[in-house]
Design a protein around this ligand. Structure first.
Ligand SMILES: Cc1cc2nc3c(=O)[nH]c(=O)nc-3n(C[C@H](O)[C@H](O)[C@H](O)COP(=O)(O)OP(=O)(O)OC[C@H]3O[C@@H](n4cnc5c(N)ncnc54)[C@H](O)[C@@H]3O)c2cc1C
Length: 402
């Protein structure tokens, strides 16, 4: 029997969010078409480090952390169940994460944060490692590192494999994907969504989900989500080393590293060398200077791995809202229009929010309320974003503007 076109959900974007939405919506019995402007998983998801860090950054407000914890804890539970549920090994490896201090001041701050997390949030897993404990855990880490905040249950996964596993299951259940089909406009009649206009014609559907992350402003300019470029380099395979998912500050910029993949490659990444304009955030090439900067992360923080050859480097754009949290839910004033975009820390949020949004669309409510992530939470406030920026500039600007 032909399903009603009005009942069809159009998912725009085939990253981890779009693939997850296609999977959960199909499981809940909805007809789904995914429209992707390039190939599936060619956006941030296919370029990402796959690092799982449930609580990233250095938030010191326990109430704010508690709000985020609800989602990331459920996300973690889902990741554990996915291997059996999807029948695919997507490289989930819980080797732990480190938030590394490179100065005594940073170490003091981490000590306060660990104390707060343990005492106020009951987070018994989080630990403070001094310099010698850090090196016992991972002798490849530089002696200039003063210590770290350590969470053993974090780690990494292969986002490409996980996304394709979700998409394959959705296709088996009847979902459809149209690659190389950019959506140019969301079509509305009388305050309700009727479909979208693409480069190759109109697609009808009574529900549209914008899951385009860094490209959100193209389709939903009312959301304060900006694109943010990041880079990554990957080494040749190495024998097993105790390398960890980590965050650290180097040359005044936040950098990250990802634990060794199961094949042995070490992935290290971070910011571009220079702040750039909003359009330049979508630049997917890597300059020689950027390659040198990101390679210096390896030699300075992990000197024990400094002899490894870099085999590939790339960059991509993720989306970032003013509070660093994704925008997930219904768009006010437009029946049938939903957003799931603005994910800088996708591995800890995308699987769970894709499921919760599918529940909201099909069942009218989600098993965990999406209130904290409401896309309308910024109201009509406008942001005078810096003309050129990187993660560090953005973080300072948002701190200043509250
Ligand atoms: C270099 C790099 C490293 C990263 N490392 C990590 C990490 O280690 N850990 C972590 O948690 N996160 C990391 N991230 C962030 C992470 O990749 C994202 O949070 C996550 O992948 C978001 O998934 P998504 O589906 O929302 O977005 P995307 O994967 O970007 O998917 C959006 C899709 O929408 C498509 N699209 C855009 N516009 C249109 C349109 N008009 N019509 C149709 N399709 C459209 C795009 O082509 C794209 O495929 C990293 C990002 C980058 C760039």
């Amino acid at each position: 029997m032909k399903r009603s076109l009005n009942n069809r959900v159009i998912v725009i974007g085939a990253g981890l969010v779009g693939c997850g939405l296609a999977y959960h919506l199909s499981r809940l019995g909805r007809s789904v078409v995914v429209l992707e402007k390039r190939n599936a998983v060619s956006g941030a998801t296919g370029r990402c480090g796959g690092m799982i860090m449930k609580i990233d950054g250095r938030d010191s407000d326990p109430a704010e952390i508690a709000k985020r914890w609800i989602y990331v804890a459920e996300n973690d539970r889902m990741l554990d169940a996915f291997e059996a549920e999807l029948g695919v090994d997507f490289g989930l490896w819980r080797r732990g994460s480190l938030d590394i201090a490179t100065s005594d001041e940073e170490m003091d701050l981490l000590a306060q944060l660990v104390k707060m997390q343990r005492e106020k949030l009951g987070d018994e897993e989080i630990q403070l490692l001094d310099a010698s404990a850090l090196r016992r855990l991972s002798p490849v880490i530089s002696e200039r590192c003063k210590g770290a905040r350590y969470r053993p249950s974090d780690g990494c996964l292969d986002p490409f494999k996980l996304s394709h596993a979700l998409l394959s299951k959705a296709l088996e259940m009847g979902a459809e994907i149209r690659s190389w089909t950019p959506v140019e406009e969301i079509l509305m009649r009388g305050g309700s969504v009727t479909g979208v206009r693409t480069s190759s014609g109109t697609v009808e559907g009574g529900t549209v989900v914008v899951a385009v992350n860094g490209w959100a402003a193209d389709l939903l300019p009312q959301l304060p989500i900006v694109p943010l470029r990041a880079l990554a380099v990957i080494t040749e395979p190495a024998p097993p080393v105790p390398a960890f998912t980590f965050e650290a500050e180097l040359h005044t910029k936040i950098v990250y590293g990802c634990t060794q993949t199961k094949r042995g490659n070490i992935l290290v990444g971070g910011p571009p060398e220079q702040p750039a304009s909003r359009d330049e955030q979508f630049n997917e090439t890597v300059s020689l200077r950027e390659l040198q900067f990101n390679t210096s992360v390896l030699t300075e923080l992990l000197p024990g791995l400094g002899d490894l050859n870099i085999i590939r480097a790339w960059s991509g754009a993720m989306g970032m809202a003013p509070d660093g949290l994704p925008c997930v839910g219904k768009i006010d004033g437009c029946d049938g229009l939903y957003a799931a975009a603005g994910y800088p820390n996708g591995m800890s949020y995308t699987p769970v929010t894709a499921r919760l949004l599918a529940e909201l669309i099909v069942e009218g409510q989600s098993s965990i309320p999406l209130t904290t992530l409401d896309p309308n939470r910024f109201g009509s406030r406008t942001y005078d974003w810096p003309e050129t920026y990187d993660y560090t500039v953005l973080a300072e600007y948002l701190d200043r503007s509250g």
